[in-house]
Ligand binder design. Structure first.
Ligand code: AVI
Length: 313
């Protein structure tokens, strides 16, 4: 029996057009490289979303129209860096709410809780580690309405049908009247997007090639990293940033766990990631396709990024 990672690698590398899923980027090393990406000046989503949550907390909370206490449930809370300003605003205005950060990483949740308890001692925090949907299902039983946070623009990493499936699942696990605040990267000057993903420092290249190192380590493969390169391309019409690993030579790689030889042609591509950008109209359509009612978009001053507020009807 091989595990899901091994099976997905086998399916992807034996397909006619090779692919690997970007969800496998985030091993410990990959998560560290992603932190480096978020700290690059060219990677605008981090600052843009931080600005929205820092400057428009009041407007966001007013738009919820919740009467009385409520829950804030954050999917994939991570280090909680973005959410801090929103929480700080609520605590300093004595708003009655409970914060329920969810993450798959125990380490991330522990760090977040320790930090928040220190910085916002009166915050009512109930951290959870594990499956989003199980925890959301539990949360449905709460007497209070909920604001779900799905920040960072992660929805852009899903193809249309996958995004609708995921949002549909989130919708199913919400109560009528609950709200979802979802981070979505916007279509904009293509050069800005190009520079954020095809970065001159080569950090995004390292992020992609780390996936081959992970396959070497976890599945006993013998990828020679120097024989591969990285390419990415933004299509301003569709809004798709597509990232690829390129094989620089005709070569064969052996994957021990799969007992499989994979051959690569000269310049053959492995598609690794989709980072989709949306227009405001496309955001509304995505909300409706997943059975939500779009309420409003909160944008940063440069209109690079949106935190879009939706309601479960
Ligand atoms: C996690 N996700 C929203 C990032 C993005 O922008 O698609 C991952 C990433 N890939 C390359 N740079 C950042």
């Amino acid at each position: 029996m091989i595990d899901t990672f091994a099976q997905d690698v086998l399916n992807g590398l034996t397909a006619n057009n090779k692919y690997l899923s970007s969800k496998y980027f985030y091993d410990d090393n990959g998560s560290r490289i992603f932190q480096e990406i978020m700290n690059m000046p060219e990677y605008y989503p981090t600052n843009a979303e931080f600005e929205i949550l820092s400057m428009q907390s009041k407007q966001i909370i007013e738009a919820l129209k919740f009467i009385g206490p409520f829950n804030i449930v954050e999917l994939g809370a991570g280090d909680g860096f973005k959410t801090f300003k929103l929480l700080e605003y609520l605590v300093s205005n004595n708003v009655d709410f409970h914060y329920i950060p969810i993450d798959i990483s125990q380490e991330a949740i522990d760090m977040l809780s320790t930090r928040l308890k220190k910085k916002l001692p009166s915050l009512k925090i109930h951290p959870k580690v594990g499956d989003y949907f199980k925890i959301l299902k539990e949360n449905r039983k709460s007497d209070y309405p909920s604001l779900l946070l799905f920040l960072g623009g992660n929805i852009g990493n899903y193809k249309k049908e996958e995004a609708i499936d995921l949002l549909g699942l989130i919708h199913k696990n919400m109560k009528i009247g609950d709200k979802l605040l979802i981070g979505v990267d916007l279509k904009k000057n293509p050069i800005i997007i190009h520079n954020a993903y095809y970065d001159k420092h080569g950090i995004t290249k390292r992020f992609n090639l780390n996936l081959l190192l992970r396959i070497n380590r976890e599945l006993g493969a013998d990828f020679k990293i120097d024989d591969f390169d990285f390419y990415c391309h933004y299509n301003p019409i569709t809004g798709d940033v597509k990232s690829y690993i390129i094989s620089l030579t005709k070569q064969t790689v052996y994957i021990k766990t799969l007992d499989k030889h994979i051959t690569f042609d000269y310049n053959e591509l492995i598609w690794t990631e989709l980072s989709k950008k949306y227009s405001p109209d496309e955001i509304s359509n995505l909300a409706k396709a997943s059975h939500f009612k779009p309420i409003t978009n909160f944008l940063d001053c440069k209109h690079y990024f949106a935190d879009s507020l939706w309601e479960k009807m």
